[in-house]
Design a binder for this molecule. Structure first.
Ligand code: DX5
Ligand code: ZN
Length: 219
């Protein structure tokens, strides 16, 4: 089953509760929350208070993507705020294995993200410890950027490693430039969670937007 995770980065921040209710009713599977610190990426978004504010507005899992330096310092705060899944960037973690276990100690699912310029090899040693690999299909920092085609082979490589290790429950999420045109490419390569920001919140009819992505990956 392919999951669609609308990214609230492209939503109306003054109406977040309503925006989330709309995409939940429209068939979204997870809510993707982009946290940026102005250091790891050249943009600033939101922190734990916003996560706790939106939590009562949805029964969908909150998929929190931390694009921040020193993510280990904020795991407890995001877990307490209601994150169901916390993804940290491999590039931001010196002690990747330790950070993964810190996330799990808080009863939250753990994901590792890698930028387009990072080799998938950095996650190979921790595949058995994680719930999700997030393969960035744009350089993180902004919504509405163009999909980078070269990243598809990384999806295929990670899916092969997971299959070889019989890790069939580990998700592969893709994030950036996902539309009904690019979704079939990444799903064919092995992705099963599709983040979509502008392709959902940039459209007036969110239900039709989610449906268009979903039908592009169903035969
Ligand atoms: C990018 C964020 C994405 C972003 C995707 O740094 O991690 O989640 O919202 O936006 P679109 O789908 O518009 O590329
Ligand atoms: Zn994201």
């Amino acid at each position: 089953m392919i999951k669609i995770a609308p990214s609230i980065l492209s939503a109306d921040f003054a109406q977040l509760g309503q925006e989330i209710s709309i995409v939940e009713a429209a068939g979204a599977d997870w809510i993707h929350v982009d946290v940026m610190d102005g250091h790891f990426v050249p943009n600033i978004t939101l922190g734990p208070p916003i996560v706790s504010a939106i939590k009562p507005h949805t029964s969908l899992p909150l998929d929190v993507h931390l694009m921040i330096d020193k993510p280990e310092q904020y795991i407890a705060d995001f877990a307490k705020a209601g994150a169901d899944m916390i993804t940290v960037h491999a590039e931001a973690c010196i002690h990747l294995h330790r950070v993964i276990h810190l996330i799990k100690e808080h009863g939250v699912q753990a994901g590792i993200a890698i930028n387009p310029g990072t080799s998938a090899a950095v996650i190979q040693e921790v595949l058995e410890d994680i719930d999700m690999v997030l393969i960035m299909t744009v350089n993180p920092g902004f919504g509405g950027q163009a999909f980078i085609p070269r990243t598809v082979q990384k999806v295929r490589q990670v899916r092969q490693w997971l299959n070889e290790a019989s890790l069939f429950d580990v998700h592969i999420e893709v994030d950036g430039g996902i539309t009904s045109e690019t979704a079939p490419l990444v799903v064919e390569a092995g992705a099963d969670v599709l983040v979509a920001g502008s392709a959902v919140f940039g459209q007036k009819d969110r239900e039709a937007a989610i449906q268009a992505i979903r039908s592009s990956v169903q035969n």
